[in-house]
Design a binder for this molecule. Structure first.
Ligand code: NAP
Length: 260
């Protein structure tokens, strides 16, 4: 029997996959994974019970696990997904990891100079990095408010810290993570009144070996490019050790507080 469930949103993320695999290997916890189908067009949400953890088929969900493949991250798809995990008498969700974030794509590259700033790219980055996590938080709160403590981790980045910005550049990505941080901080003030059981954590994983950081690996000092497995273990320990204290925390991979 499981006594708690963990929700991982943006489960195609390399770090998200490492979190899921670490939890499966070390805990008896129900896992719910939510991700988009990036290979074909799904017209509505697809639920896989006890199926493969990802399309590479290399690991398997255990009996109490569930995967929801969403069409997109619009409000409607998020609401449908939340209905699909709102099952009465199921163990409470005690941890949420919102892993979504983009830095570059076929059409987007982080700006080095102000001339490279582009309206379309800015809107896409803001939508993926700030709006999408905010919508999940907004729509999950009714499900998570209750007696059981619940820790919600949202993947931010150190470059979202306004006080730490010494290098400049990356206008859209920085702005999106700063906006995300502000929303986390603002939500924590409201939740301290309305949902004292929910703890919000903005997390900076450090430079981690994933498709997101790949174009920048040559700039990373030796020993500073982390594996996803390392970051997942660090994060799970941090979540375990961080108290539910009605305030938002902005924490790095080593557990240290980052200035907002
Ligand atoms: N890797 C690093 O060095 C590093 C450093 C600092 C912060 N971070 C942050 O860590 C988080 C995880 O990143 P990662 O390195 O694991 O990257 P990744 O493997 O490239 O994963 C990308 C993530 O972004 C989501 N995503 C992609 N396009 C999206 C869109 N248009 N709208 C909404 N979501 C979209 C994906 O969701 P689906 O699962 O639905 O595909 C997936 O969760 C991100 O928030 C990133 O900003 C990473």
């Amino acid at each position: 029997m499981i006594s708690q469930r963990t929700l991982i949103i943006g489960a195609n993320s390399s770090i998200a996959k490492a979190i899921a695999l670490t939890i499966q290997a070390t805990e008896n916890t129900g896992l719910i994974l939510i991700r988009r189908d990036t290979t074909s067009n799904v017209s509505s949400n697809v639920i896989n019970e006890n199926s493969s953890l990802n399309s590479t088929n290399d690991e398997h969900l255990v009996f109490h696990d569930k995967e929801i493949i969403v069409k997109d991250y619009q409000s409607e798809s998020i609401e449908v997904a939340i209905k699909q995990i709102t099952i009465e008498d199921y163990p409470p969700i005690t941890r949420v990891f919102i892993c979504n974030g983009i830095l570059h794509s076929n059409d987007i590259y982080p700006e080095k100079r102000i001339e490279e700033f582009d309206v379309e790219a800015f809107q896409q980055v803001m939508t993926a990095n700030a709006l999408t996590p905010m919508l999940w938080i907004q729509k999950l709160i009714p499900l998570l408010t209750g007696k059981s403590p619940c820790k919600m981790v949202v993947f931010s980045a150190r470059v979202g810290s306004i006080s730490d910005n010494r290098l400049g550049g990356w206008y859209s990505y920085r702005a999106s993570k700063a906006a995300l941080n502000m929303m986390i901080k603002t939500a924590s003030i409201e939740l301290a009144r309305r949902a004292k059981n929910i703890k919000l954590i903005a997390f900076h994983p450090g430079t981690t070996d994933t498709p997101l950081s790949k174009p920048f690996h040559k700039n990373v000092p030796a020993g500073k490019l982390f594996t996803c497995e390392y970051v997942a273990k660090q994060l799970l320990t941090i979540v375990e050790e961080t108290p539910v204290d009605q305030t938002a925390s902005y924490l790095g991979w080593n557990g240290e507080t980052i200035n907002w």
